[in-house]
Design a protein around this ligand. Structure first.
Ligand code: SF4
Length: 300
């Protein structure tokens, strides 16, 4: 049951993290207007099962007035609202409260700041920690998102001495380009399931300004500027989706076999393999593997 819509309010970000799923950067284009958000929130009410609306990116605080208006519209329609930010704007706790007070007044149900080695080296004091403090003082339900860099350990609990990749980095988007070089790999035909997304019955999807409904980053259900969101969701059938169908039936290994790709080789994990397969299939399925910028292809 689809219960969450996550607006990628903008692909733009002040940062350019190595692990970013969607290749955000200060150069990235693609930001929602308030009118577009309004249209999609109206569609969200028609779906009937949506409980949560998230505003994330990119960095949503870069378009603060639009984010605020989006939150107002979502709250007016009775949705619970979440926000994800890297807290780039944080200086003193006093000043952070100037940014957060309007959010507190509107009623936010989940306020997440990214606090991990990708964003901040100083673990004792950084903008995310200061923002958490200010948020809690304003009674915002603050929590952090912490993603560890990949590390290789020996997996005693697994097969004897087999290397295990620790950390919580997902190998999609820029992480594939930047973080996979020295990690141990396995043969492509071992990756027979998608371990991280429920592609058949997604509980949340991400929306971007181009109209894409991401089931996993860069895999689109369809385009909401061509087919209304409620209809797209109602008609979605993973089995007949050219990318999700094979992934559900047999993971990235089956996706590679069905389209006879050249990707036979060794990969870090299923997502690493899946992402590179999709890169190879971009021109074959441009309406489902989109937008190209989340595959690191600058289009503007
Ligand atoms: S295997 Fe593919 S579809 Fe599944 S979570 Fe990884 S990247 Fe996404």
């Amino acid at each position: 049951m689809l219960s969450g819509l996550h607006f990628l309010l903008t692909y733009m970000c002040n940062a350019e993290c190595d692990h970013c799923f969607v290749y955000s950067s200060p150069r990235a284009q693609g930001t929602f207007t308030t009118n577009q958000i309004r249209q999609l929130l109206d569609e969200a009410t028609k779906i009937g099962t949506i409980e949560w609306i998230y505003f994330e990116g990119g960095e949503p605080f870069l378009f603060y007035p639009v984010m605020l208006e989006g939150i107002k519209m979502a709250r007016k329609r009775g949705f619970r609202v979440g926000i994800v930010t890297n807290a780039y704007f944080a200086t003193s706790v006093e000043d952070i409260k100037l940014w957060l007070k309007p959010l507190s007044e509107l009623g936010i149900d989940d306020f997440r700041t990214s606090n991990d080695p990708y964003h901040y080296e100083n673990k004792e004091d950084n903008p995310a920690i200061r923002t958490q403090k200010a948020a809690l003082e304003l009674n915002l339900p603050a929590a952090e998102i912490h993603i560890e860099e990949p590390s290789v350990t020996t997996g005693e609990a697994q097969h004897k001495g087999e290397p295990v990749i620790g950390g919580t980095t997902m190998f999609r988007g820029r992480a594939v380009e930047k973080l996979t070089a020295d990690l141990p790999r396995k043969s492509w035909n071992k990756f027979t399931t998608c371990p991280y997304e429920d592609l058949e019955y997604p509980s949340r999807v991400h929306l971007d300004v181009y109209g894409n409904v991401h089931i996993c980053q860069g895999i689109s259900m369809g385009n909401v500027w061509e087919t209304p969101l409620a209809k797209l969701v109602e008609n979605y059938d993973a089995g007949s989706h050219p990318i999700c169908g094979p992934l559900v039936r047999g993971g990235p290994a089956l996706l590679a076999r069905e389209y006879q790709t050249k990707c036979e080789g060794q990969y870090v994990d299923p997502c690493h393999f899946c992402y590179l397969l999709r890169l190879e299939l971009l021109d074959k399925f441009p309406e489902y593997l989109t937008p190209r910028q989340v595959y690191g292809i600058e289009t503007g």
